[in-house]
Ligand binder design. Structure first.
Ligand code: ADE
Length: 263
């Protein structure tokens, strides 16, 4: 997986990721991250990349040309590298890489989206600044508009880093424990069950007995039930999309009856 981040603040992205698990995965060659400075593609001697919006209004906009040129340079490089893989095959078709524009106007990022994007070989993340980017270049190059939540940040760098973190940890071998990426919160739209480690007692609170029993079937059943209870209590909206067995549904019905009794 190769991440290409188009940004006016390349150090912010690289410094933010270098010290993390994702940075270590990049050192091991499991993935690569490059930050492309859009300013390097400025086409005037002041290296400015912003200008006033036509029609007036507050703030400045990122201009179309430097963004487009930065994109073309990445696209060319990606295609050159793939051509190399193909052993000079004559029928080689240039690839149009996915380009994600981080914007509060996009689809809200979620785990399924991370899983889907993790299948891409190359992913370009375009970070806007100021009041945004000239619409014409977005129409030309962007394939996906993604928001990380309903709030407005000063730029797309933090959202791009959030996305990269969520996607990179799904790349095989990035996490040491292979199964942990699958078995956690949001798997099948259920939240993860509570976990405990030593000591067996803390502030007078004991670890649930079943977890000390060594009885794997009972532990599995308890964990499933805890996931269901937790999702019902904290994110009931997820239950509508969750894959629930007949036993799960019966268990949830029982929990709800109990809850009504104590209300
Ligand atoms: N840029 C500014 N705010 C954003 C958000 N919430 N998500 C993605 N990109 C953004």
């Amino acid at each position: 997986m190769h991440f290409h981040i188009m940004t006016l603040f390349p150090e912010m992205v690289m410094n933010g990721l270098n010290t993390s698990i994702i940075g270590r995965a990049a050192d091991k060659g499991l993935l690569s991250i490059e930050a492309i400075n859009i300013r390097d593609y400025a086409f005037n001697k002041h290296q400015s990349v912003d200008d006033y919006p036509y029609g007036g209004g507050a703030g400045m906009l990122m201009q179309a040309e430097p963004v487009y040129q930065a994109y073309k340079a990445i696209e060319e490089r990606i295609n050159y590298e793939h051509k190399g893989d193909g052993g000079g095959c004559e029928e080689y078709m240039p690839k149009k890489p996915r380009v994600v524009y981080l914007s509060p106007q996009g689809d809200v990022f979620h785990q399924k989206m991370a899983e889907e994007l993790a299948q891409e070989e190359d992913l370009i993340l375009l970070c806007g600044h100021y009041e945004g980017i000239d619409e014409r270049v977005l129409e030309e190059i962007v394939t996906d508009y993604v928001s990380i939540g309903d709030y407005v940040l000063t730029g797309g760098e933090l959202p791009a880093m959030v996305m990269m973190d969520a996607i990179a940890r799904l790349v095989p071998k990035v996490l040491n424990n292979d199964s942990s990426a699958e078995l956690e919160s949001f798997q099948g739209n259920l939240l993860e069950y509570p976990q405990y480690t030593r000591p067996a007692e803390f502030f007078g609170k004991k670890v649930p007995e079943v977890l000390l029993s060594g009885h794997h079937k009972n532990i599995e059943k308890w964990r499933r039930e805890q996931s269901l209870i937790r999702t019902l209590e904290r994110r009931a909206d997820l239950l509508e999309k969750a894959e629930l067995s007949k036993e799960d549904k019966e268990f949830l019905k029982k929990v709800e009856i109990e809850r009504k009794k104590t209300e």
